[in-house]
Design a protein around this ligand. Structure first.
Ligand SMILES: *Cc1c(COP(=O)(O)O)cnc(C)c1O
Length: 371
C-alpha cells in the first residue's frame, strides 16, 4: 500500500476490468449491425431491466434529466401547474418541470433521511398542485407508503426520481415501480452507469409507456408520422450494451457498497458525525453522506491527507440563481440548509479496498481526536 496515493472518491476502472472481456466482442457485433440508436441492444436492455425492477414497461432514454422531462409530459403536467419537490436535491430533478413551464414548490426534507418531508409538503398544498416528485436521495428510499397515501388523498401524480437509488426497495417493491412513473439515470458515476449518458423511465401504465416511446423518438408512433411534438432522447445502442452487461453485476456491487457502509458505521459511530440512518427501506449507498457542523474543516483536513470527498449538494434549489425568481415567496427550509452546509460525502464505490477505506477512517478519527 502506498500511504501517499490519493484515495479517490469514485474509481470506475474496477467495474471496467470486470466487464471488458464480455463487452469488447459485443461492441464489435454492435458496430457490424450499425445498431447505434436504440436498436436490438436497447430492446434487450429494456426487457432485462424491466424484469430486474419488476416493472411492466421500461423506456430507455438519453439521460436521467430526459427521463424526468418526458415523465412530466406523460403525466400531463402543464404550464402553471405546481409540483411538490424537495428543496435538497440535484437540479436535474426539476429541469423537466421548468422546460414545461410548471412551477416547482420546494419542500423541506426529513432530518433523518434528507428525503421530502410530507408534513411540510402538506402545508404548501393548494389546488394548483398536480404532482409530487419524491427523490430517493443518496440511494435511500423516501417514505413511499406515506407518499402514495398523501398523493391519493390529494389526487396527485407521483414521479419518483430514482437516479441515485437503483435496486433499493421499499415494502418489498423496487423504487421507481411504486409511483406512477419512475426515472433513472445511468450517468457513469451512478450505481449503474454507462460509458456516457443514459436514462430510463419505468411505468406500469400502458398509455404512459406508449406516449414515452413516441416522445423520445421525435414524437413518431410510426416512421415519419409525427403525432405530437417530440424529442431526440433515444438511448445509444452502445450505452444499452454496456448497461446490459453491467446489470448482471449490480447486486454484487450493491452488496459491496453495503459492506463499506457497515464498516463506516461501526468505526465512526463514536465520533460526533451524524451518520446515515436506515428509515424507509433498504439503502443502496450511492453516496455515503455524513454530517457535521465542522464540515468545511473536515473536508480540508481530508483533502490534505489525499482523500477525495464530495458535496451533495452545497446550494439548495431555492437558492440557485436560475430558480430565485420561482423561489421568491417560498421560504423556510431549515433542514435542507443543514444538509447543504453540513453534509460531506466520503469515498464510496464498488470495489473500494479495505486499505483505502481504512485511510479514510483513520483520517476522520484523527481529525476528531484534535489531529
Ligand atoms: C443524476 C441525477 C439526475 C439527472 O440525471 P442525468 O443522467 O445526469 O441527467 C436527476 N436527479 C438526481 C437526484 C440525480 O442524482
Amino acid at each position: 500500500m502506498n500511504a501517499h496515493a490519493t484515495v479517490p472518491f469514485v474509481d470506475l476502472s474496477i467495474q471496467w476490468n470486470q466487464i471488458r472481456a464480455d463487452v469488447m466482442p459485443d461492441v464489435e457485433r454492435l458496430f457490424e449491425a450499425n445498431a447505434f440508436c436504440l436498436g436490438p441492444w436497447a430492446t434487450e436492455f429494456e426487457k432485462s431491466i424491466a424484469d430486474y425492477l419488476g416493472a411492466r414497461h421500461a423506456v430507455a432514454v438519453s439521460s436521467g434529466s430526459a427521463a424526468l422531462h418526458l415523465a412530466v409530459i406523460a403525466a400531463g403536467i402543464r404550464r402553471g401547474d405546481k409540483v411538490l419537490v424537495p428543496a435538497h436535491t440535484f437540479i436535474g430533478t426539476v429541469w423537466g418541470l421548468l422546460y414545461e413551464g410548471a412551477i416547482p414548490i420546494f419542500c423541506d426534507v426529513e432530518a433523518a433521511t434528507g428525503t421530502i418531508d410530507l408534513a411540510d409538503a402538506e402545508r404548501r398544498l393548494d389546488d394548483s398542485v398536480k404532482a409530487i416528485i419524491p427523490v430517493h436521495l443518496y440511494g435511500q428510499p423516501a417514505d413511499m407508503t406515506a407518499t402514495m397515501a398523501f398523493a391519493r388523498r390529494h389526487n396527485l401524480t407521483v414521479i419518483e426520481d430514482v437516479a441515485q437509488a437503483i435496486g433499493a426497495r421499499h415494502g418489498g417493491r423496487s423504487l421507481g415501480t411504486i409511483g406512477d412513473l419512475g426515472c433513472f439515470s445511468f450517468y457513469p458515476g451512478k450505481n449503474l452507469g454507462g460509458a456516457g449518458e443514459g436514462g430510463l423511465i419505468v411505468t406500469n401504465d400502458d398509455e404512459h409507456a406508449k406516449a414515452l416511446r413516441a416522445l423520445r423518438d421525435h414524437g413518431q408512433s410510426q416512421r415519419y408520422l409525427h403525432e405530437r411534438i417530440g424529442y431526440n432522447y433515444r438511448m445509444d445502442g452502445l450505452q444499452a450494451l454496456v448497461l446490459g452487461h453491467k446489470l448482471g453485476h449490480l447486486d454484487a456491487w450493491t452488496d459491496q457498497r453495503r459492506a463499506i457502509a457497515a464498516r463506516y458505521k461501526d468505526t465512526l459511530a463514536a465520533t460526533p458525525l451524524l451518520l446515515p440512518e436506515i428509515v424507509h427501506g433498504d439503502h443502496v449507498y450511492h453516496l455515503y453522506v455524513v454530517r457535521t457542523e465542522r464540515r468545511d474543516a473536515l473536508k480540508a483536513y481530508l483533502d490534505g491527507h489525499g482523500i477525495q470527498t464530495g458535496l451533495h449538494y452545497p446550494i439548495p434549489l431555492h437558492r440557485q440563481p436560475c430558480l430565485l425568481e420561482i423561489a421568491a415567496g417560498q421560504s423556510n427550509f431549515p433542514v435542507a440548509e443543514e444538509f447543504a452546509s453540513q453534509g460531506l460525502s466520503l469515498p464510496m464505490f464498488a470495489g473500494m479496498r479495505v486499505d483505502q477505506q481504512q485511510r479514510v477512517i483513520d483520517a476522520v478519527l484523527a481529525f476528531f481526536d484534535g489531529e
